[in-house]
Write a new protein. Structure first.
Length: 653
């Protein structure tokens, strides 16, 4: 007798989907990919359904749809999914069935899901409250067991910080900072944010584009130095390398331009704090972090920029590693997209209620409205309209976005290109125009005509200026997308621009990367100190071994360092085009935000539109139908979290 072994095990083989259920999962897989959940999303749904069938579960189809609905909710920043049959659950189920092209009656599917979750029994993967089962129901919502556990741990630690009192007299410090400004004088609301940061154990500084969040962060750094925190112990961090590098540059610039610097300012200027990614700060090593409760961070203060990107798991790690007496400052825009995984920490803390409002510094005045930058002003006005729910003003007679064709784009202010009858051709024309307008050919010419010499992993001093010029050229503009997949996604558009690059040079074969192209790390590489989202460039490099090789250069701890492409190949991809999620932390001169033809895609939300547009300093081009823009502006990413309620209950107890 021959026994066929299933790669996932004999139990998995016995309870694997068959017949109509297998076909349903195949269709759901298509929907999962359209929602950028990928194969892992479908795999998790299949595994949970298989486990439920082993426990004698009765409705694998409804359970599979429910798991995907929960994953999409988490993808949009929620830690939980409300089970109200007339609310978000019904909407998500309908969207999943539609994009998966599964012909099922939505109300009936929702009724079946309600039956599954109303009275979970012992023979189910769904439990109540603190049950150690894959899915748990609490407060009328569905969590993964891990999300509920993390949410409670984070709430416990945040509540302790919100209760803590620091006996600090900041009046003299604020007066001294006012008398010794950097590149600009702080406004009243900015000064209030600095005061909160210096006097508390937990502070949130939130504001939209151009409100001076990084200027405030620099003043907070100067304030901590005056409180006696040594420069080396003032830690700056962000979720991405791009955001960390920008934070380092802006704060360094502020410290260099302080008028009549005090001794504390001189010490900071001599040894300015350097920002790093949170993973680097915590010492990520593949199987966990080097810093935790038993090995705390050796710092005296922590400022985290772009904090809207922090999910529950990472915030739990930060709070675990941060000593209770060390002040924590979270800086970001609470209206941006949340983390790509479960949790919306910044948005929960910045709610205009009594949870943490006494520790929130709100920055509302935008300095991008200045008349000396009409492009920045137009981008800001477009972003403000999107945030207010008036995205239709970008395409109607209000004309907040000037209607253009690809050939007439001015790359200034807010512009809109309607795809028309040949949408993909239009998208490609915009991508090609952006590549030419923002020096793609010039960057390639510079990169192909230069062999950069590196000595012991560092650029030769005489070529540093030239390498920085190339780095800056390739960082000016990007194509932003809603998904990785689909013809309008980042993978397809990267391939299109790569073809433009190949066509402009003489090269044997069709290499995956050529000099003069931007690249991005897609998975953490703790051995090399590279982390998911880090962006770099491809160059010709001479490392002293004779001849030259193509190398990927990344900024690591402030230095431009070359890496062998072969060593990074499984986690390296082109970065001409990025998803909006991956673009967070970036600040670009210009961008083209490409919307999919499917205007009802669940991921196409007001928050995504706002986040994409606010990456631009001077030029934001929207590429999409009027229907897609209006639909995105109306679809609010209803982010559901129990964190605020948990904090409220703890602080009132």
């Amino acid at each position: 007798m021959t026994v066929s072994l299933h790669p996932r095990g004999t139990l998995r083989a016995k309870f694997a989907p068959v017949g109509e259920t297998a076909e349903m999962f195949r269709r759901l897989g298509i929907g999962a990919k359209r929602c950028d959940l990928g194969d892992e999303g479908l795999y998790l749904a299949e595994e949970i359904v298989a486990a439920d069938r082993w426990l004698n579960g009765s409705d694998p189809e409804a359970l599979g749809i429910l798991v995907l609905a929960l994953m999409i909710a988490q993808r949009q920043g929620s830690s939980r999914l409300p089970l109200d049959p007339k609310g978000r659950l019904k909407t998500l189920v309908g969207e999943i069935l539609r994009v998966a092209e599964v012909s099922l009656d939505v109300p009936r599917v929702v009724k079946r899901i309600t039956s599954l979750t109303a009275t979970p029994s012992f023979n189910s993967v769904i439990g109540i409250g603190g049950a150690r089962l894959p899915l748990v129901v609490e407060d009328g919502c569905l969590y993964t067991e891990r999300s509920r556990y993390l949410e409670q741990r984070v709430a416990d630690r945040l509540a302790a910080r919100l209760r803590a009192q620091r006996d600090v007299d900041v009046a003299a410090i604020l007066a001294d900072l006012t008398a010794r400004p950097g590149t600009g004088t702080l406004s009243a609301e900015q000064m209030r944010a600095v005061e909160l940061a210096l006097s508390g154990s937990l502070t949130v500084v939130t504001g939209g584009p151009g409100t001076g969040k990084t200027l405030v962060a620099a003043a907070i750094v100067r304030g901590f130095a005056r409180l006696g925190v040594p420069p080396v112990q003032i830690a700056l961090a962000a979720q991405t390398g791009k955001a960390a590098n920008r934070l380092t540059e802006v704060i360094g610039q502020q410290l260099r331009h302080v008028a009549s610097p005090a001794d504390a300012d001189k010490l900071l200027a001599a040894s300015p704090p350097s920002a790093q990614t949170l993973h680097r700060l915590l010492g990520y090593r593949g199987d966990g972090f080097a810093h935790h409760a038993k090995s705390p961070l050796p710092i005296g203060a922590l400022i985290i920029d772009e904090a809207s990107m922090i999910d529950l798991e990472l915030m739990d790690a930060v709070l675990d590693a941060l000593p209770a007496h060390v002040p924590l400052v979270l800086v970001g825009d609470a209206h941006q997209l949340p983390a790509i995984d479960a949790g919306q920490i910044l948005a929960d803390l910045a709610q205009p209620d009594d949870v943490a409002s006494h520790r929130v510094g709100m920055l509302e005045h935008s300095f991008r409205m200045s008349t000396d930058d009409p492009g920045g002003r137009a981008v800001y006005q477009a972003a403000r309209a999107i945030h207010a729910g008036d995205a239709h003003k970008l395409t109607d007679k209000t004309a907040l976005a000037v209607h253009r064709t690809p050939g007439t784009l001015a790359w200034r202010g807010a512009e809109w290109v309607e795809p028309g009858d040949k949408p993909l051709e239009t998208v490609h024309e915009v991508a090609k125009t952006l590549w030419h307008h923002f020096d793609g050919p010039r960057a390639q010419q510079l990169a192909n005509g230069t062999v950069f010499r590196f000595v012991d992993g560092r650029i030769a001093p005489e070529q540093e200026k030239e390498l920085l010029e190339l780095w800056n050229l390739l960082g000016r503009a990007r194509i932003l997308t809603v998904t990785r997949g689909l013809p309008t996604g980042s993978i397809a558009l990267n391939a299109f621009v790569h073809d433009l690059a190949l066509d402009s040079m003489t090269v044997t074969g069709r290499p995956e990367f050529v000099p003069g192209e931007p690249v991005m790390i897609t998975a953490n590489d703790y051995q090399r100190g590279l982390f998911n989202g880090d962006q770099g460039i491809i160059v010709r490099a001479d490392e002293g071994a004779g001849g030259h090789r193509y190398r990927a250069v990344f900024r690591v701890y402030g230095q431009l360092v070359p890496f062998a492409i072969e060593a990074l190949r499984d986690r390296l991809e082109l970065a001409w085009a990025l998803t909006v999620h991956k673009s967070q932390g970036s600040e670009l001169d210009a961008l083209a935000l490409v919307l999919p033809e499917e205007e009802n895609l669940p991921l196409l939300t007001r928050e995504l539109l706002y986040t994409g547009v606010t990456r631009a300093r001077h030029s934001a081009v929207l590429v999409g139908s009027k229907q897609a823009i209006v639909a995105a502006g109306k679809r609010v990413a209803l982010r559901h979290s129990g964190l605020a309620a948990r904090l409220r209950a703890m602080l009132r107890a």
